[in-house]
Write a protein that binds this ligand. Structure first.
Ligand code: ATP
Ligand code: MG
Length: 176
């Protein structure tokens, strides 16, 4: 076996820490000189610390492709979310086959499938088209069975406690 084998890695589950686990791994990878792209399927917003951080890290890019939070979206908004997901998927295919990156993180892609914006089959196709050396990271709740079957690493982050349950507001540096 060659030393470098691109892995398919999934961070899923109902606890906090999926996107930040991917970011932590990306930081490690960046330190080793790897080129990293994070494509966000559900847009987070502008004030996130990781966006400010990667501006200072050449060879690490984050691209937001979503239309904001999907939860509670009415039918009128669903068309927009679907179109954004289609566009993000097209971009993912392009970037995965480009050979420009050593690690690509598809943030919240599992959530986009769970919400019916993308099909499981499309995600499986993405995994299949991956160059052998590329590390591909998929985050988001409710990763589907076939995606976890195909992955090399799957971690389920389980909620034990979350400060929101006690009414504690989002804290800078922890949530954004
Ligand atoms: P993070 O980006 O902090 O690693 P995540 O990627 O695991 O979180 P998401 O499912 O993307 O979590 O949800 C994003 C937001 O939802 C975060 O603000 C997070 O704190 C919040 N959240 C995640 N899990 C829970 C939970 N079990 N209860 C309440 N809020 C949660
Ligand atoms: Mg997340």
């Amino acid at each position: 076996m060659p030393d470098t084998k691109g892995l398919v890695m999934v961070f899923t589950g109902n606890g906090k820490g999926k996107t930040t686990a991917a970011m932590g791994m990306a930081l490690r990878a960046w330190g080793q000189g790897l080129k990293i792209l994070m494509l966000q399927f559900i847009k987070g917003g502008k004030g996130y610390g990781e966006l400010k951080a990667v501006e200072k890290l050449p060879g690490f890019e984050i691209v937001s492709m979503g239309e904001g939070f999907v939860r509670d979206a009415g039918e009128d908004k669903m068309a927009g979310h679907r179109a954004a997901a289609r566009e993000a998927m097209a971009r993912a295919r392009e970037e995965i086959s480009s050979g420009r990156w050593d690690m690509i993180i598809l943030d919240e892609i599992n959530y986009a499938v769970g919400f019916g914006l993308l099909s499981e089959g499309e995600v499986l196709e993405l995994i299949d088209m991956k160059p052998p050396e590329l590390h591909l990271v998929l985050t988001g709740r409710n990763a589907t069975g076939k995606v976890t079957e195909k992955a090399d690493l799957v971690t389920e982050i389980k909620e034990i406690k979350h400060p929101y349950a006690r009414g504690i507001k989002a804290q800078k540096g922890v949530e954004f």
